[in-house]
Design a protein around this ligand. Structure first.
Ligand SMILES: *Cc1c(COP(=O)(O)O)cnc(C)c1O
Length: 387
């Protein structure tokens, strides 16, 4: 093994074809607001089986747009899980909504349906039911959407799936993003995720009305569709800004990369499955646990997390692997413990399962381009550590 080893926990996979696709777009007529965005959206729509896809500048802007499109307002509340990236909660704060959390199931690392139900019963009594619940498909493995969907009917809330980790993953034999059990679903194309556009995201919807609102909110609240204008057009240059929107557009350059990456989505996930099989086999007998599988789901394996016995061992193993240039990572610091959220009134101890998980979790290298040699080296170091 050479001295310049550098093995991250996750990274992009870029081919000559990707580079050519981006180059071709750079030399084409449109760098943004061109046909490349629609091509990417429609191919993504084919892959996941939902025509209502809006590509965005990031998953964070996608979450903001999804919440807006579903009618989230100041005074409403969004519930998510502490075991997520801060963006899931922050996007609700952009709108002036309240945020609260539901603790995780210690085996699935996803939102606990039991805790969700208990919290809903209490919230109904206290008259503070959430407007939206945002489960996070942690590491690419679906939450129990049928159960959450049932609760949404009983307690009358909307569902946004944070599927930032779950591009290409399935649930109930269908691709995540089809919105069978939700109102909207948000994906991320950040380079550490399954496929990349540099920065970028995509929102899918169950309803065409929400989809149309999102398309308009993405670009300043402007429409050029004469059908929906409130005044007769002065000429073909006419456009109307009908409500306050944003510039959350993705570019054609990014979409060219995304479209090219999408072609390798299935092989990408297969490779991740191979990596998982090798880890499981090689780690047999070692003293740590894994995310328990969901029998109704196929994970996209954005992350491969091990759960160590305690905080001290996790810290030691993290430091040891980092000292060997294996850039393992910790996902996630519970969102409610961030200073911003502590200032809003949350405290350490509020969500003990998420905090206990946080103290013991470690994300090992897991990406499409991870070579067998590099994986073997990671495995050897971990075995060395435990012997
Ligand atoms: C990465 C991530 C986001 C944010 O994605 P961006 O595309 O970087 O904005 C949101 N939620 C989760 C769970 C993520 O992992």
């Amino acid at each position: 093994m050479s001295k310049d080893v550098h093995i991250p926990y996750g990274t992009q996979n870029i081919t000559d074809e990707d580079i050519k696709a981006v180059n071709d777009t750079l030399l084409s007529r449109y760098l943004t607001q061109g046909p490349g965005v629609e091509s990417f959206e429609s191919e993504f729509a084919n892959v996941i089986g939902n025509p209502f896809c809006v590509a965005t500048s990031s998953a964070t802007s996608g979450l903001h747009l999804a919440y807006l499109s579903l009618g989230l307002k100041p005074g409403h509340t969004v519930w998510t899980t502490p075991n997520t990236f801060v963006a899931t909660a922050n996007a609700a704060k952009y709108i002036g909504a309240e945020v609260d959390f539901v603790d995780i199931n210690p085996n699935s690392f996803c939102m606990s349906v039991k805790k969700l139900e208990e919290k809903l019963v209490q919230a109904k009594r206290d008259n503070c039911l959430p407007y939206i619940v945002t489960p996070v498909h942690f590491a690419g493995q679906s939450c129990n959407m049928k159960e959450i969907h049932k609760l949404s009917k009983k307690y009358n809330f909307k569902i946004v799936e944070d599927a930032a980790h779950a591009v290409g993953a399935s649930y109930n034999n269908k691709k995540i993003g089809n919105c069978e059990f939700s109102d909207a679903c948000v994906f991320s194309f950040h380079p550490v995720k399954i496929i990349t556009t540099g920065e970028g995201g995509l929102v899918t919807f169950k309803s065409q009305d929400h989809y149309k609102f999102c398309q308009q909110a993405l670009t300043h609240g402007i429409t050029k569709d004469p059908e929906v204008m409130t005044r007769p057009p002065d000429g073909t240059w006419h456009y109307e800004m009908q409500f306050l929107g944003f510039n959350y557009r993705i570019t054609d350059i990014q979409c060219a990369l995304g479209l090219s990456q999408l072609k390798r989505l299935e092989s990408n996930i297969r490779r991740r499955e191979e990596i998982v099989t090798t880890y499981h086999k090689e780690f047999e007998g070692l003293p740590f646990n894994y995310q328990s599988p969901n029998s109704e789901a196929r994970s996209s394996w954005h992350l491969f997390v091990i759960l160590l016995e305690n905080k001290k061992i996790r810290k030691e193993l993290y430091d040891y692997l980092r000292s060997k240039n294996i850039y393992v990572q910790v996902h996630y610091i519970p969102v409610h413990t961030q200073p911003y959220y502590i200032n809003l009134g949350f405290e350490w101890g509020d969500f003990p399962e998420s905090e206990n998980y946080y103290n013991r979790c470690l994300s090992l290298p897991m990406y499409h381009g991870l070579s067998n040699d590099d994986q073997d080296y990671v495995i050897k170091l971990i075995k060395d550590y435990f012997s």
